[in-house]
Design a binder for this molecule. Structure first.
Ligand SMILES: Cc1cc2nc3c(=O)[nH]c(=O)nc-3n(C[C@H](O)[C@H](O)[C@H](O)COP(=O)(O)OP(=O)(O)OC[C@H]3O[C@@H](n4cnc5c(N)ncnc54)[C@H](O)[C@@H]3O)c2cc1C
Length: 374
């Protein structure tokens, strides 16, 4: 029998799950359709960083609100989400990067973010193990931090199920058509109908939208990550080294070092295959910055996607097809953006108006600028 919902959400990553959480809170009859398991896209492949240090007011405000939301999750879900405010420290090894930090800090301070530009000596106080050779400055916000994606998805799932939301797991949307309502056919032949659809399928969003004749400016690329054994605490902040052979990593509350680097040039396409090259390069880059990491054993590594847009900001908007909402293009910050995007998008889907300014994420924007703190 065909089942009909008010809203169907395609994709159970952080964006789809956060949207479903808020929609179900408002009593909306909904289903989430996921081709594999919850979080199987980029969300459980991410390293959990959460920061307010962005270069545009909308992104900064969104993240200020997200910090609030993350900090309340343990109480809301009744289990820890390992939210920890150990800070984010961006490193400048060139005068150009230092200037970018100065410009961004001025914008962030206007938005009342607790951020400052540190000298190499001050950086050493924050990360005593750091190799400060060639270091000129650091942009530091002690209120930024980290959380554990698996625990957050679990919390959302429990709440959504309790409120009656349906999950179709290991069951991809294979076709979507609009004929009054949206008609979706799933992999096992199930037919589902909905008045409204949120398309939050991460890097696969463009392919699904194409079935409805939409062409979206989304460009997935591969990013890899590694995790080490547990070690005694040596790092509090997420350290971001912006050199072309740099990297970014932090220490989880459970003791593991978790980190990535951005390959130059990037590796385009939907790629979840981990490369042999990554491990020695990541190990070299990370231990160049914190030499005591040389002795730490890597346990495993993996790959996932950043879904990029031309300006590095997400697409969160109703499309030209009435009732079809796009929420993708999260770049390297969809995990941290997710909860507040879910909150505002769900309100927009229900009421037809934004509670806050989302024009920076509109489908109609110029894509002229570029997020400089990617
Ligand atoms: C190595 C790495 C490190 C990262 N580190 C961070 C970080 O520190 N902080 C941060 O904020 N972000 C980080 N990110 C980025 C973050 O992971 C993503 O921006 C975020 O997870 C995107 O969430 P999403 O819900 O849009 O997409 P996804 O999590 O990819 O979810 C989309 C879902 O849609 C499903 N789907 C696809 N096609 C279909 C279909 N046809 N039918 C049904 N379901 C479908 C997929 O299976 C998937 O589960 C990192 C990413 C990577 C790869």
């Amino acid at each position: 029998m065909k089942k009909t919902y008010d809203v169907v959400i395609i994709g159970a990553g952080i964006i789809g799950m956060a949207s479903a959480y808020y929609l179900s809170q408002a009593g909306i009859d909904l289903a989430i359709i996921e081709k594999k398991y919850i979080g199987s896209g980029s969300t459980t492949r991410c390293i959990g960083g959460i920061r307010q240090q962005f270069s545009t007011p909308a992104a900064i405000r969104l993240m200020k609100e997200n910090i609030e939301i993350f900090s309340q999750m343990e109480e809301e879900f009744g289990h820890t989400v390992e939210f920890y405010q150990g800070g984010y420290l961006f490193l400048a090894h060139t005068p150009e990067m230092k200037k970018i930090f100065e410009k961004n800090i001025a914008i962030q301070k206007k938005e009342k973010v607790n951020v400052s530009l540190l000298s190499p000596e001050e950086i050493k106080e924050i990360v005593p193990h750091i190799n400060s050779n060639g270091l000129l400055a650091g942009a530091y916000c002690p209120d930024d931090g980290q959380a554990f994606p698996f625990a957050i998805l679990r919390g959302y799932r429990q709440k959504i199920e309790k409120r009656g939301g349906d999950f179709y797991l290991a069951n991809p949307v294979v076709s979507i058509r609009r004929n009054g309502n949206f008609s979706l056919t799933l992999g096992d032949g199930t037919m589902v109908e909905a008045a409204k659809v949120i398309l939050s399928a991460g890097p696969w969003t463009g392919d699904i939208a194409a079935q409805l004749g939409l062409e979206l400016p989304l460009f997935p690329e591969r990013h890899e990550a590694l995790i080490t054994e547990r070690i005694p605490k040596i790092i509090d902040a997420m350290i971001v080294d912006y050199r072309s052979d740099g990297c970014y990593f932090n220490q989880m509350v459970t003791g593991q070092i978790i980190g990535c680097y951005t390959p130059v040039p990037n590796v385009p396409g939907i790629r979840e295959d981990a490369s042999f090259d990554f491990l020695p390069r990541a190990a070299w880059r990370m231990s160049r910055l914190v030499p005591s990491l040389k002795k730490v054993a890597v346990l495993r590594h993996w790959a996932g996607c950043y879904t990029m847009t031309p300006d590095g900001n997400p697409l969160v908007d109703e499309s030209e097809i009435e009732g079809l909402y796009i929420a993708s293009g999260m770049s390297g910050h969809g995990f941290m953006f997710g909860p507040a995007i879910g909150k505002y998008l769900s309100h927009f889907v229900i009421e037809g108006e934004w509670l806050t300014d989302f024009s920076e994420f509109s489908l109609q924007r110029e894509f002229a600028g570029r997020e400089s703190m990617k």
